[in-house]
Design a protein around this ligand. Sequence first.
Ligand SMILES: [Zn+2]
Length: 110
Amino acid sequence: MDVTTARERLEEMLAELDRSIGVLQGDPVAVREHSAADAGSDLTDADRAQAMLTVATTQRQAIMEALKRIDEGLYGRCVDCGSPVPEGRLEARPEAARCVQCQGKRERRR
Ligand SMILES: [Zn+2]
């Protein structure tokens, strides 16, 4: 995948995420009132919205970093070992910062 395509896809993803984040942050009162009416569930709508917001914010950060790597000419290289990140992986996740091996190591440490 060339960097122009990568940048376009990342910018689309970013716009999409910003919309979701806006909706999630948009109306906390409505979320609270709704969850009070639905108090039977363990996880309230507010908790769910918060969890989604955390995921969206984390992904947004990863996309911002990927765009920065494009600017720096480092896109497509693993940030840990410097090996090229496989094309298929970038197709699936254009924001991927690490090769499969380094990502695996990182997730095992957690
Ligand atoms: Zn690596």
